[in-house]
Design a binder for this molecule. Structure first.
Ligand code: ZN
Ligand code: ZN
Length: 413
């Protein structure tokens, strides 16, 4: 049993609605939730209407049904995406609807499923949703996502506990790293956290580094060039209409885009990666002029290669994110097997698409202009952790000065 559970759940709902998507009066809200997260989803619906939402449209997902489809549906189902789904997405786009999703998927949901089916599905869905995901990545509307424990996930994180104990332990961990205590003040604590992050962003932007050099004892030795006019983003962002929102709760990261053609060297994964319900362990990637030219994994190499082969853009980096080793999530000492959490426990990189807002004016550029500005494009975006307790990152400015950015895994300033 978790003390004050309902109060904490309600604090979480308010955090997602007020800090996460920051719903404004008159806005339409698209809320996606897995069926087992219904109590939290319903609290979010209430919180949205409390804020004056015009309408909250709920889309229920069901992990069980999703898995059954991959195991049992006919082959050709995966090659195309239903046209009515596209119509629904367009309806949201026309209204500039806010997008809030709550999920708690089993990290091994698609384990044992034919990887070719998953790849076909990802490609079809990626293409169908391209316009929507471009708009989302460009912050055309407020969006955010929150996590919710499900038994399979909880048992994965806490294998030695009973199902109920594991669920409670995972709830405790989520509440704690989201700064939720049950006193109703999480929203206030988050405003302070966002201010601290904003100060670091301003410093990084003032240095305007030409490149970053990552090294650690795992063997990482990677040079990442940054685009001209790159912007470091962290904490909150602004939508096209100027409304502040926090895309990920929790978030500890400050990120930008690498130059897609400016990455050289080797990057070792510091933590296992959960990819389409499978784990990839003990891996490294080699880069030459931005392109992934070598892939090695002790476990799950085939899965990793398939993800990189999804499209041309998956062969290049789209994100470089800084997270102190001494962060609330890493300090929990838990591997969450969930990117939303694990990426906030460690400095990470991502192959696949970059966020256009990582270059000034990028959100208003055409695809060609974005590419010329250094931004990568892909229907994929896969984060992998590179941060260790001994990670060093040295920034080089345009006038050749070398500035320590990370020393022993933490910010040098
Ligand atoms: Zn990130
Ligand atoms: Zn990412």
């Amino acid at each position: 049993m978790i003390e004050n559970f309902d109060a904490k759940l309600n604090e979480y709902a308010h955090l997602l609605v007020e800090i996460g998507v920051n719903v404004q009066p008159g806005q339409t809200v698209r809320l996606r939730s897995e069926v087992s997260c219904a109590p939290l989803a319903r609290m979010c619906v209430e919180a949205c209407y409390d804020r004056g939402a015009r309408e909250v449209v709920l889309e229920w997902d069901d992990d069980f049904v999703f898995r059954q489809k991959f195991l049992r549906a006919e082959e050709d189902v995966f090659a195309t995406y239903p046209s009515y789904e596209k119509a629904r997405i367009d309806w949201y786009l026309e209204r500039g609807a806010v997008d809030l999703s709550i999920g708690g998927s089993d990290p091994e949901l698609l384990k044992g499923v034919d990887p070719a089916r998953v790849q076909a599905y990802r490609r079809a869905a990626g293409n169908a949703f391209q316009e929507y995901s471009d708009a989302l990545c460009a912050n055309k509307f407020q969006w955010s996502c929150g996590a919710h424990p499900v038994p399979a996930w909880a048992k994965k994180v806490f294998p030695n506990l009973s199902e109920q104990e594991a669920m409670d332990a995972l709830w405790d961990a989520i509440f704690s790293v989201c700064r939720i205590t049950g006193d109703g003040k999480a929203v206030q604590r988050w405003r302070e956290h966002i201010d601290t992050t904003a100060r670091r962003c301003r410093m990084l932007n003032a240095y305007d580094f030409k490149s970053l050099h990552y090294t650690n004892s795992l063997g990482t030795d990677l040079t990442v060039q940054l685009p001209e006019n790159h912007a470091w983003i962290g904490g909150s962002e602004k939508s096209a209409a100027g409304i502040e929102f926090v895309a990920n709760i929790p978030t500890e990261e400050i990120f930008t885009a690498p130059r897609w053609d400016g990455v050289d060297g080797r990057a070792y994964g510091a933590l296992p990666m959960s990819l389409d319900g499978n784990l990839v362990k003990d891996f490294y990637l080699d880069f030459k002029a931005g392109r992934i030219v070598g892939v090695h994994a002790g476990e799950g190499e085939d899965i990793l290669r398939r993800s990189i082969d999804l499209d041309e853009g998956s062969h290049y980096l789209g994100e470089a994110a800084l997270v102190p080793y001494d962060s609330p999530i890493r300090n929990k000492g838990i591997l969450f097997y969930n990117t939303l959490f694990d990426e906030n426990a460690s400095c990470h990189l991502a192959f696949g698409s970059s966020y256009p807002t990582c270059v000034k004016g990028g959100a208003d550029m055409s695809e060609d202009e974005q590419k010329a500005a250094g931004l990568n494009q892909s229907i994929n975006h896969v984060d992998f952790m590179v941060g260790t307790a001994d990670l060093s990152i040295v920034g080089t400015t345009h006038d050749g000065r070398e500035v320590p950015v990370f020393v022993n895994g933490n910010f040098a300033f």
